[in-house]
Each structure stands twice: as structure tokens, then as C-alpha cells.
Design a binder for this molecule. Structure first.
Ligand code: KG4
Ligand code: ZN
Length: 339
């Protein structure tokens, strides 16, 4: 038996706290920051201020929902990076203060590793399958797009990644061009459900090997909308469902194709999805269909564990706790942090 562990996530625009006990998640509280909507993207300074306002109530709520007292917490885990420096600093400073005051170990985690380890979250009364090692994970979020070979909980190798924009960025930026508010990904998903994925064809930029490229798609989408609007004003709003469905199917097609290639190259049959874009219903569907065809053991996280959350941070911290992999109190956050 180990003591409960408190996890803190503050790398971008979600302030989140979670309590994990012996690998089981007892609570996972997330405060989203609505303040960025009117700016069409995350404003770092506003994110940092909102984290400061949110962090104490979010932690208190996570402890309350877990039924755990502050004094029972045996370690505190935080996201060290990658992320926005000002946002990370709030979580790091809080975690340090908490660890120092309670004289408990401090544990740092990599946000990307944490997204992948959602697949090991356990919940009482909600038992799910966990992948066995090694497995391939497609990590697709607002800031990252990678194919990762996961050899063990804390032993991961990036086989391919985007050379420019992340998949989530492609969703969000193209959504913005269509007048869809930030973050556009979830709304594109919703409109796409009513549209025809074959209505329009967009190019699939090729980056070589297992790498991705999305900036060319973004540019051709922009020119396509501009040209069609010239011919027919109001084209975008009239065709929003078909545009979203075609865009979504193009992005998901690029992602799937590279994972198929990676699976062939490595011989992997255990395939997992992680990160905010893994919430996309089209992506979940095409992977389920392809997985069926190829006999993959497919692992798709529950929706609430795809986007940023502290449960993933707490579970990663738990595995580091087992290894006694503790951080010094003078540790600094990292805006860029590779495995
Ligand atoms: O993992 P995440 O919460 O934050 C980062 O670490 O970046 O991912 C956020 C990204 C955003 O780009 C958002 O638009 C995208 O995930 N996203 C989606 C969906 N839900 C979230 N993209 C497409 N379809 C969705 N349903
Ligand atoms: Zn994330």
C-alpha cells in the first residue's frame, strides 16, 4: 500500500488536479478557461492568471471528491513541460510549496508521456483493458503529433512527428478560417457528422518516413475557401458541414496512413490513441474499422481522458513514485521537453 498522490496539470489552458491511490483515480477536477474564446486562441498571460485563480479551488475540490485529507497525501506530481512557461510556472510553484510544507516528495512529469499513460488509469467500478508493452501510440493534441513506441511505462521512443503544425492545430486553424470559434476541433467534429467526407478533396502533404506535415493542408484550405467565396459569396457557411467532413476525413486519413505504416515497420499489433484530437469521433471510427481489418488490439481512451487532465499526470507520477524518481525542490519548468 502506498499513500495517495496529488497530480497537478497547468501546461496550457486547463487547470486540473487529481488524486490517485495505488494506481486508482479517486478524483479528476478540470477548470477550463473560457477567457481565450474571444481571442481565437490561448493568450499565455491570461492563461497564467486564470491558473493562479483556479489552482487552489481545483485542488481543494479534487481532495474533497477523493475523500482524502491534505495530510494523507504522500507525494505531489506536476507537469514540468512542454507547455506555456507562465502556465507551467503556476503548477510547478504550487507543487513545490505543497511538497515543502508537507515534507513529501515532489515528482515531475512530461505532459506528452502523461497523455500516453492515460491508458493505465484504473477506476473502481470501471475496469478497462490496458495495453501490454510494447505498443504504438498515436499522440495527437493541439501542440503535438507523434507516433511513439511505448516500451515500458517510462521508456518511450518517438518514431515520427510533425515537422510543422500539429493535427489539433490544423483542426483549429482551418476552423478559424471557417469562422468557427476556438478551439475549433470539437465543433468541426460536430458539423462533420452532418456532412459528406467526399464532398471536397484536399491535398495530403507528405513529410517522408513516419513524419507528418499539416501546414500545406492549412494553406490549400485557405486558398480553396478564398477562391470559392469569390465565385459564390457565402459558400463557406452554406457548405460548413461538407467542408468540416472533408477536412476531418483528410486529417484523419493522414494520421491513419502513417500509423498503418508504423505498425507494418515495427510489427506492432497493440495500437493506442491519445491526446485531445483522439476525442474526434471520425478518428475513433476510422481506427476502429482499420483495427478490425488488421486485427489490432486497439486502445482508445474515454473522452474525458483525451484532452488535458491531471489524472494522466497523477498516474504517471504514480509510476515514478514506484521507482522513487523524485525531483529536487529547485527544479524549473521546461517550455520544450522531449522524452
Ligand atoms: O490534448 P489537448 O487537450 O491539449 C494539448 O496538449 O494540446 O488537445 C487540444 C486539441 C485542440 O486542438 C482541440 O481542437 C483538439 O484537441 N480537439 C479535437 C476534438 N476535441 C479536442 N479535435 C478534433 N475533434 C475533436 N472532437
Ligand atoms: Zn495535452
Amino acid at each position: 500500500m502506498y499513500p495517495p498522490i496529488l497530480g497537478i496539470e497547468s501546461s496550457c489552458d486547463d487547470t486540473s488536479a487529481s488524486v490517485v491511490h495505488n494506481g486508482y483515480i479517486l478524483s479528476n477536477v478540470i477548470a477550463n478557461q473560457e477567457v481565450h474564446k474571444e481571442y481565437g486562441g490561448v493568450v499565455p498571460e491570461l492563461a497564467s492568471r486564470a491558473h493562479q485563480a483556479n489552482i487552489i479551488p481545483v485542488v481543494e475540490k479534487a481532495l474533497r471528491l477523493a475523500g482524502v485529507e491534505k495530510d494523507e497525501i504522500g507525494a505531489v506530481v506536476f507537469t514540468r513541460g512542454p507547455g506555456l512557461m507562465g502556465a507551467l510556472l503556476v503548477g510547478v510553484s504550487f507543487a513545490k510549496g505543497f511538497a515543502l510544507a508537507r515534507k513529501i516528495p515532489l515528482i515531475e512529469v512530461n505532459h506528452l508521456q502523461a497523455h500516453i499513460l492515460v491508458h493505465f488509469i484504473k477506476e473502481k467500478g470501471n475496469e478497462v483493458r490496458h495495453p501490454s508493452f510494447p505498443f504504438l501510440c498515436l499522440l495527437v493534441s493541439g501542440g503535438h503529433t507523434q507516433i511513439v513506441l511505448v516500451k515500458d511505462y517510462l521508456d518511450m521512443e518517438v518514431l515520427g512527428q510533425t515537422i510543422d503544425d500539429a493535427a489539433g492545430e490544423a483542426f483549429d486553424k482551418c476552423a478559424k478560417m471557417m469562422g468557427i470559434p476556438y478551439p475549433g476541433g470539437p465543433l468541426v467534429d460536430r458539423y462533420a457528422a452532418e456532412g459528406d467526407p467526399n464532398a471536397f478533396r484536399f491535398p495530403r502533404p507528405e513529410a517522408g518516413g513516419l513524419d507528418f506535415s499539416f501546414s500545406g493542408l492549412k494553406t490549400s484550405f485557405l486558398y480553396f475557401l478564398r477562391d470559392r467565396e469569390k465565385e459564390e459569396p457565402g459558400f463557406t457557411s452554406k457548405n460548413i458541414n461538407n467542408l468540416c467532413a472533408s477536412l476531418q476525413s483528410t486529417i484523419n486519413g493522414i494520421l491513419l496512413e502513417k500509423v498503418v505504416e508504423a505498425a507494418k515497420k515495427t510489427g506492432a499489433v497493440n495500437i493506442a490513441l491519445s491526446g485531445g484530437v483522439a476525442a474526434n469521433s471520425g478518428l475513433r471510427k476510422v481506427f476502429a474499422e482499420e483495427g478490425e481489418k488488421r486485427n489490432w488490439n486497439l486502445f482508445i481512451p474515454e473522452l474525458r481522458y483525451t484532452t488535458d487532465n491531471a489524472a494522466m499526470v497523477a498516474i504517471t507520477g504514480y509510476y515514478k513514485y514506484l521507482e522513487k524518481d523524485f525531483a529536487p525542490l529547485d527544479i524549473a519548468p521546461l517550455a520544450r521537453y522531449s522524452y
